[in-house]
Every structure is written in C-alpha cells, then in structure tokens.
Design a protein around this ligand. Structure first.
Ligand SMILES: Cc1ncc(C[n+]2csc(CCOP(=O)(O)OP(=O)(O)O)c2C)c(N)n1
Length: 625
C-alpha cells in the first residue's frame, strides 16, 4: 500500500502521474477486497468504478467541485480517498460509516444517495444553484446503466438539456444492473459500444486526440464525430444528443489514463455533457468478474480463493418462500404473472423466471412503472404479483393510489424487506410502508408472522374477498415454521390470531416481529407470572376490531409492537380505536420512532429503537407495575 496508506485527501493525488495513478487504483482494489472480505458490502460495483473515482478526484477540485454518486454503492474508492481509509473498516457497521454517500459524513459527499436514478436531478439542482449564486464550480453525476433505466434519470436529462447548466454526467456502463440489465436502453447502449464502424471511427479520433492537439481542433473533431455518429445504418444513435447533451465516448472507464485525459478535456467544455464510459463490474477480482450478480453484494468471503464464507441457515428465508409460493400459485392459475423492478434475484422471483420466463417481467429500476404496468395488466384480467423492496416502493405511492386503489384493480403488491433491514441503513429501511398504505381506500394491508402465513396470504390474495392487497414481510430468515408442500389455507381479511392467553396486559403485534413479542410474553409468564394476552394482528387494514375490543376490555393495558414507524402504523390504529370508543385503556407503542435510523445489524437497531425481545419484556414489566 505504498501510495494509498499516506493519502488522506484528494489534494494528495493531484500531482500523481498516470503510472502512479494506475498503482493507486490497484492498491485501492486490494484494499476494498481485503476490507469487504471481512466486512461485507457492495464490492462488485465499487471495484468497477475505481478509475472513475480516482480520475474525478485527480481532475476536479473536490469538494468545491461536486460529485453525486447514483445509488452510491459504487463509491467505496471515493470514500477511501476522501479521508475515510481507516473508517472504511467500519463500513456499514453500527456507529461506523454509511455504505452510501451521506452529507453529514463528509464534505466530499455532496449529496446523499441509496435509491437509484437521483443523481442527474440532484447534480442539475446544484449546477443551477451555482449559476444563481455566481459561483464557478463543476458538478458531476456518476450513473450506472442500470440506474439510467429509472424514469427519474430521464426527467433530469430532459430538464438539464434545456437549462444549459454546466453539468457532466458520467454514464458508467458495465452492462449489468444487479441481474442482467435488460430493456431498450440497454440494447441501445450495447449497440453503441459494439458497433464496429463506430469503434473504428472512435479509434481514429481518439488516436489523434492522444497526440495532444489543440482544444479547438478537439472540439471540431468531436462535433464531426458526433455528426457521423448520429446516423449509422440510417438509425439515429445519439439519444443523449437529442436530449440536449453533448455525447462523448464510449471510452474505457477502467483505463486511468483515458479517464483523466478525457475528464481534463471535458472540464473546459460548458453546458450539459455526457461521457459514456465502459467498465467491468468486479474489475480486478476474478470471482467478482465471473459471477457479477452474486458479487454485487456477496457477504463475507476468503479473499485469496473467493470462496464465500457466510453461514447458511436451515431455515428458509422469506424471499425463498415468496419465490416458491409464486411459482406454486402460477402453476395452478394461468392468470398469475410476476413483475419486478430489477430485483428478480433479490426477491427470488427468479424461481418463477427459471420455469416460466414468459410470465416474469423485469421492468428495470422503475418502481412507478412496475405498479402502473401491473395495474394495466390487472385491468385486462391478469393477476399480477408485483414485488418491490419496501423502501423503493415509496416511489410508487401515487401509482398505488391513483392507478391501483382508486380503480380497485387487483394488484398484489408484495413488499420485501419491510422493517429495519440492517447494514444498508437509513436509505433502505422499510419503515414507512404500513403507515403509508393504511389510509388508502380499497387496499388490504397485511404482514405475515411466518413462512406459512406468507404462503397463505399470497394464496388468499388471489381469491375472491381480496381486492388490491399489500403483503409486507422482512428481509431474511423466517421462523422455521413448516411451509413447503402445505395445502393453502384461506385467511379471512381482517382476522387476528391469538398467540397467548392472559389478561394482565395485552400485546398486539403485526408481522414477524411478533416472535420477539412472543419471546418476551413467554419470559414474563415464566419469570414473573405475568400473563399477557398476545394477538398477532396480521392485518393492519381491515383491522380485527373484535381482537382490539377483547384486548381493550379484558387487559386494558395495551402494548403495540411493529417493525415499522409507530406514527400511522399499528400504534395509531389502536390509539384511534381507543379514542373513538372512549375506552379506558393505557397504550404504549413499540416501533420505529420519529427519526431516521442508521446502519447496524437488525438486532442492534431493534434494541436501539426499543423493540427487541428484551425491550418488549422490560416494557411488559413496567406496564404491569
Ligand atoms: C429505487 C431503487 N431501486 C432498486 C435499487 C436496488 N439497486 C441497487 S444497485 C442496483 C443496480 C444498479 O445498476 P447500475 O446502475 O448499472 O450500477 P452497477 O451496480 O452495475 O454498478 C439496484 C437495482 C435501488 N438502490 N434503488
């Protein structure tokens, strides 16, 4: 680590020559690999973007010049170069640094990211702000070909192309999202990067640029080059030019010399510009290059061999239950299809995809479209299971209201990773879903306690008696409840299940967090002789009013437990019930408080928020006394 170990700020790399920069890139890779082997993270994207980070900090005057990393999972080299080399060992850990850029963490993180496709809009806002304030600064957005499939990216491009602000978009094209990138934009980029005549043209221009001719000459050549590019085989190729950007590239984004050279030139050119760079996801680490989907975020591994060392559990993950159940249902009901916004592997829809590829639609990183597309399918009698990670579904809120619920179209929205997700932190916690969807008319909103309930709720939602339905469940393992090869049981909407009898206190829980409650209830009974009436509510809407009535009249001291925000969630449901009936009850709500929760293990974060098993137990004792 001859160079890297002494670099604490980008100013220190500005005098390095190309050979030293190449060495720095290689050291950065080794460091990222060594750290991620023990402390897992988004290694594949970050390895691919090392040269982009080094070149930006070499050429631009950061942090006065601003860089916005789209999604931000590729920004590890950026973090390490900007004073966080040691802190990176605590990447994504409780009280460590965030796995994504975060404004509060460093002046070099000019904009917080985590959700895809925001970089162009944010960078444009910054560029326009600089104009308004009379400042001369450069603003760069780095966006992947996957993130570019998000509609928001195009809203940003469309706006930028007409405002003529000084903004540079670096399109980091590694031709993969998490899964294989698909769609028309992907086909277009592929065509640009593989067209032989185009590449020949590119090479001749590039060779001459390399000779260091004058800038005016360069600009003329680039203009001519673009004109040629506009028509290949009679087709318009320059999508970005037509949106008001000056398109440059494609160049090899893993070649540090080309990157610094090109960025140095583009720095002098005003207006909206897009540099198309081609990189390899996982670059420099063979296992990560070979299986790019797995190595998007592989967990722990042995750096020398690439063998993944994460523990395997015998207990099924909720994701596996979802994927398997969807396949089982699809086998029996030809109306069923699956829709995923670019998360087929993550949510396990790839199980259905493997057997019935024609019935799975990966629509790109396009949550809004995924929901409205599902609504369109439902309008014509198809039965769509649309699976979205809870926090990403925030984008599709209006689509659920306007396109699904208002028209009462039977879309089954399965929200994966509901609740505190852990190491991905504040941007990724599925905190708001239950509270957000509850006030929407026509929706059924439920959260299974375990694997068997997830399976039964998915089945039930396909049956008459259910309209548009939201089923939310957490990331990771279920409880170990038998679920495979079980016959499906219909669950009546709005019915709770009594898990424990008692009348000293009532615990009302929703979702898999109910097991923490059950643990506390059992302990209070065993150690303190306190008998808690425990209902697993299952449905937030419609709510089981008979269960609420039972809890309020028999126990009268109520605790709610949810792995989501209390405000608007189960806590609010019960508070409203008590108030509307004028009942004489006390109520304590356990769940996510009114602040953003950072990263850590789910256990650490649940303890911090006061709703792990121990906290529930202590609350039971407190309420009893
Ligand atoms: C709104 C939203 N949806 C989904 C995701 C999950 N996600 C994280 S990275 C990623 C793929 C991004 O692909 P690309 O932009 O090409 O970057 P790469 O990882 O290939 O470098 C996805 C789908 C997200 N972060 N935000």
């Amino acid at each position: 680590m001859a160079l890297l170990e002494s670099i604490d700020s980008p100013a220190q790399i500005r005098d390095l020559d190309n050979a030293q920069l190449a060495q720095l890139c290689s050291e950065l890779r080794q460091y990222i690999i060594a750290c991620c082997a023990e402390n897992p993270g988004h290694i594949g994207a970050s390895l691919g973007a090392v040269e982009i980070a080094v070149a930006i900090h070499k050429v631009f005057d950061t942090p006065q010049d601003k860089v916005v990393w789209d999604v931000g999972h590729q920004a590890y080299a950026h973090k390490i170069l900007t004073g966080r080399r040691e802190a990176f060992k605590q990447n994504r850990k409780y009280h460590g640094i965030s796995g994504f850029p975060r404004r509060a963490e460093s002046p070099y993180d000019s904009f917080g990211t985590g959700h895809s496709s925001t970089s162009i809009s944010a960078a444009l806002g910054m560029a326009v702000a600089a104009q308004l304030e009379g400042k001369h600064e450069h603003v760069i957005a780095v966006i992947g070909d996957g993130a570019m499939t998000g509609g928001l990216a195009f809203e940003g491009l469309n706006n930028a192309g007409s405002l003529n602000a000084d903004i540079l978009v670096i399109l980091n094209d590694n031709q993969i999202s998490i899964d294989k990138n698909i769609g028309a934009l992907h086909n277009y980029l592929l065509k640009v990067t593989t067209d032989r005549r185009y590449n020949k043209l590119k090479k001749s221009v590039w060779d001459r640029l390399g000779a260091g001719r004058l800038r005016a000459w360069l600009q003329k050549q680039v203009k001519n080059f673009k004109r040629t590019l506009l028509r290949i085989d009679g087709e318009t190729l320059s999508l970005f030019d037509s949106l008001g950007f000056r398109y440059f590239g494609p160049i090899d984004g893993n070649d540090i010399a080309s990157m610094t050279y090109m960025l140095g030139r583009l720095k002098e050119i005003p207006g909206p510009k897009l540099l198309h760079v081609v990189t390899t996801k996982g670059k420099g680490y063979a296992p990560a290059e070979e299986d790019q989907t797995v190595w998007h975020a592989p967990g722990t591994f042995d750096a020398a061999t690439g063998r993944r060392t994460g523990k395997k559990s015998d207990i099924a993950k909720f994701q596996e239950v979802f994927g398997t159940t969807l396949l089982d249902l699809a086998r029996t009901d030809p109306r069923i299809v699956g829709i995923t916004p670019a998360m087929a592997t993550g949510c396990s829809m790839n199980i259905l995809q493997a057997e019935m590829p024609e019935r799975v639609f990966d629509v790109g990183i396009a949550e809004q479209h995924a929901v409205t597309f599902s609504a369109g399918l439902a309008a014509e009698g198809i039965l769509p299971f649309c699976n979205i990670y809870s926090s990403f579904s925030q984008r599709a809120y209006d689509n659920m209201i306007h396109d699904v619920a208002l028209q009462n179209l039977k879309v089954i929205l399965c929200l994966d990773r509901g609740g505190l997700v852990g190491e991905d932190g504040a941007t990724h916690h599925g905190a708001f879903d239950l509270a957000a969807f509850r006030p929407v008319p026509n929706l059924t909103v439920c959260a299974p306690l375990d694997e068997a309930q997830l399976r039964d709720l998915m089945y039930s939602a396909t049956q008459p008696g259910y309209g548009p339905t939201v089923i939310r469940y957490p990331r990771g393992n279920g409880h170990g409840t038998p679920w495979r090869d079980r016959t499906f049981n219909y669950i009546e909407p709005g019915t709770a299940v009594k898990l424990h009898e008692g009348r000293d206190i009532a615990l009302l829980s929703i979702g898999a967090i109910g097991w923490k409650g059950a643990e506390a209830v059992e302990r209070a009974s065993r150690e303190n002789g306190i008998e808690v009436l425990h209902y697993d509510m299952r449905f937030l809407k419609p709510v089981d009013t008979a269960a609420l009535e039972d809890a309020c009249t028999r126990a009268r001291r109520i605790i709610t437990l949810e792995d989501g925000v209390r405000q608007g969630g189960l806590y609010s449901v019960v508070a409203e019930f008590i108030a509307s009936r004028g009942l004489d009850c006390t109520l304590v709500g356990l769940g996510i408080p009114d602040r953003f929760i950072e990263q850590g293990t789910p256990a650490e974060l649940q303890a911090e928020c006061g709703y792990d098993a121990d906290s529930v137990y202590r609350t039971i004792l407190q309420e009893k006394n």
